[in-house]
Design a protein around this ligand. Structure first.
Ligand SMILES: Nc1ncnc2c1ncn2[C@@H]1O[C@H](COP(=O)(O)OP(=O)(O)OP(=O)(O)O)[C@@H](O)[C@H]1O
Ligand SMILES: [Mg+2]
Length: 220
C-alpha cells in the first residue's frame, strides 16, 4: 500500500530523512515517533506529495514516485485524509459544511453528501453538532470534526500529525480511540507523535526516527 525505498529528503542541502525503507500494508495503524526535528512531519508530507524526495522511490496505492506525472498529484492528495495543525476548519462554515467540502469537490450528489457526512460525524460521536460553527466547539470537538473531514471521502490512508497536541489527557485518549476505530474499520492510518502514551500498549507498529534515520521499530 505504502512503500518507501531508499528515500532521502534534503532541505537547503541538509539531509532531513536518509535511507528510509518501509512498507505499510493496507489497513495497518502505524505510529511514527522521535524527538522534535527527527523528520516525522517531513515523512508524512512525502506521503501526500506536499514534499518530494530527492532520492529513492515512494509508492502510495497506485501512485509511484518519481515516475508520477504532475497532474496526478491532486488525485493523490484526494486519496489521503489529513489531520494536521495547519489544515484548520473553516470558521465561517458549519460542521456539516466543513465535513461536506471534500465530497462536494468530488462532485458527489447533495443527497449522498448528506448521508455520508452524517455517517462520518457519527464515527466521531458528533452527530448532534452538525449545525454548530467551529468556534462554538471545544478543542477536542474541533479535532473530531477535522477527523470526520479527513475520513469522509473514504481515503486510501489517513495521516495525522500530533493529533492530540494541544488537548488534555482525557480528550487525547478519546481522539486515539477514534483513530483505532477508523483503523478497525479497515482504513490505513499513520500517526506521527512524540507522546509515548499514544502508542503504549497499542499492540501496533511504532517506527522510531532519529535525526532523519529509522533507528528501530517496536510493537507499542
Ligand atoms: N520547509 C523546510 N525548510 C527547511 N528545513 C525544514 C523544513 N521543514 C522541516 N525542516 C527541517 O527538517 C527537519 C525535520 O523536520 P520535521 O518537521 O520533519 O520534524 P518533526 O520530527 O516533525 O519535529 P516536531 O516533533 O518538532 O514536529 C528539522 O531539522 C527541520 O528544521
Ligand atoms: Mg512535526
Amino acid at each position: 500500500m505504502i512503500e518507501f525505498k531508499n528515500v532521502a529528503k534534503y532541505y537547503d542541502g541538509q539531509s532531513v530523512l536518509r535511507n528510509i525503507n518501509l512498507k505499510i500494508e493496507k489497513g495497518e495503524l502505524v505510529y511514527i515517533t522521535g524527538h522534535s526535528g527527527a523528520g516525522k512531519s517531513t515523512f508524512l508530507k512525502l506521503i501526500y506529495a506536499a514534499e518530494m524526495p530527492e532520492e529513492g522511490e515512494i509508492t502510495i496505492g497506485d501512485f509511484h514516485f518519481p515516475t508520477m506525472k504532475e497532474r496526478e498529484i491532486p488525485e493523490l492528495r484526494r486519496s489521503v485524509g489529513i489531520v494536521f495543525q495547519d489544515f484548520k476548519l473553516k470558521n465561517d462554515l458549519t460542521v456539516f459544511e466543513n465535513v461536506a467540502l471534500p465530497l462536494q469537490i468530488r462532485g458527489m450528489p447533495e443527497k449522498e453528501v448528506k448521508s455520508t457526512v452524517h455517517e462520518a460525524l457519527r464515527k466521531v460521536h458528533l452527530r448532534h453538532k452538525v449545525d454548530a460553527f467551529p468556534k462554538t466547539l471545544s478543542g477536542g470537538e474541533q479535532q473530531r470534526v477535522v477527523i470526520a473531514r479527513a475520513v469522509v471521502a473514504n481515503p486510501l490512508v489517513v495521516l495525522a500529525d500530533e493529533p492530540t497536541g494541544n488537548l488534555d489527557e482525557e480528550i487525547a485518549q478519546d481522539i486515539m480511540a477514534i483513530f483505532r476505530d477508523i483503523h478497525l474499520q479497515g482504513t490505513t492510518v499513520v500517526i506521527a507523535t512524540h507522546f509515548q502514551d499514544m502508542f503504549r500498549r497499542s499492540g501496533r507498529r511504532v517506527i522510531r526516527l532519529d535525526a532523519g534515520n529509522i533507528i528501530g521499530e517496536e510493537v507499542g
